[in-house]
Design a protein around this ligand. Structure first.
Ligand code: NAD
Length: 292
């Protein structure tokens, strides 16, 4: 049975690692937070005393950490890369700056290690259901090696290009997601304040040229759709603070590449307002609150 090391067992990493256990892999994990550790143990994941010991004898090491600084700190400052065996394939699934992904993978390459970036789309529900999309940056031969494992946690696997490209694609996707979520919330509020029922307006726009993912599967207006965060006071899902982080990554990338992203910049300001109002731990569809 292949041994997998899994670093970062939070909202996403926890269920992803559990799916690997269900698929028959022997998973050894590490996290800094006790609740994440206890939850992982219940899911059949063996817990190590640190990341380096989790990595011993692992065929593949996966990391799923909050942001760039955590990835840089783990692999470079804590020198995890230096303790990993060259036979181990490293997959970083965190959403981080493309520049950080390139820096860490370059260092891995210099040490004779194989590394890809594979940020995900699909949220916590996709992580639990094993239906995530993986957006991979790095050598194709490494992706081929990773595929059987990624298929146990996800449905769609894309190759975006070299190291860092997975992150670029993920950032572009999330900027667009934020923009159409804000636009959807804005249109729904305008219709409701002008006398329409949100259900009726949603049905009309879904089948018209305004139709989009936020309307079809993630309606932000309370009471329109069952099973989405808007119907449970925006609890769970993809948090405002993570969307704000991703929009910050988009802004950095736009500056670095001198690309104009006025819509992305405005969406970031709206999410910043949500955080200032204390809504950082609500789902990102709660942007609707700004318009009610
Ligand atoms: P999370 O905060 O729930 O989990 C991250 C975990 O990493 C935490 O448990 C934390 O203790 C752990 N950690 C941090 N530094 C560590 C270290 N040095 N060693 C071991 N563990 C460490 O975050 P999450 O929601 O699981 O998100 C993880 C990543 O996935 C983020 O980059 C996020 O942007 C991305 N993402 C999240 C979602 C979502 O819906 N939550 C969707 C797509 C992508």
């Amino acid at each position: 049975m292949s041994k997998i090391a899994f670093i970062g067992l939070g909202n996403m990493g926890g269920p992803m690692a559990k799916n690997l256990v269900s698929a028959g892999y022997q998973v050894t994990g590490f996290d800094l937070i006790e609740t994440a550790i206890n939850d992982a143990k219940e899911g059949g994941i063996k817990i190590s005393k640190n990341a380096a010991s989790a990595a011993v004898d692992a065929e593949i090491l996966i990391s799923m950490l909050p942001a760039s600084q955590h990835v840089e700190s783990l692999y470079l400052e804590e020198k995890l890369l230096e303790s990993i065996d060259p036979s181990t394939l490293i997959i970083d699934c965190s959403t981080i700056a493309p520049e950080t992904a390139r820096k860490v993978s370059k260092e891995a390459d210099a040490l004779g290690l194989s590394m890809i970036d594979a940020p995900v789309s699909g949220g916590v529900s996709g992580a639990v259901a094993g239906t995530l999309s993986f957006i991979v940056g790095g050598k194709l031969e490494y992706l081929d090696r990773a595929k059987p494992l990624l298929q146990k946690m996800g449905k769609n696997i894309f190759h975006a290009g070299d190291n860092g490209s997975g992150q670029v694609a993920k950032i572009c996707n999330n900027m667009l997601l934020a923009i159409h979520m804000c636009g959807t919330a804005e249109s729904l509020a305008l219709g409701v304040k002008n006398g329409l029922k949100p259900q009726v307006l949603s049905e009309i726009m879904k089948k018209s040229s305004g139709g989009n993912w936020s309307l079809e599967v993630y309606n932000p207006y309370p009471g329109v759709m069952e099973g989405v965060p808007a119907s449970r006071e925006y609890q769970g899902g993809f948090l405002n603070k993570l969307m704000f982080k991703d929009l910050g990554l988009a802004q950095e990338a736009s500056k670095d590449s001198q690309t104009k992203t006025p819509m992305g910049d405005l969406a970031r300001k709206l999410y910043e307002e949500m955080i200032e109002k204390g809504f950082e731990d609500l789902d990102f569809s709660s942007i609707q609150k700004l318009y009610l």
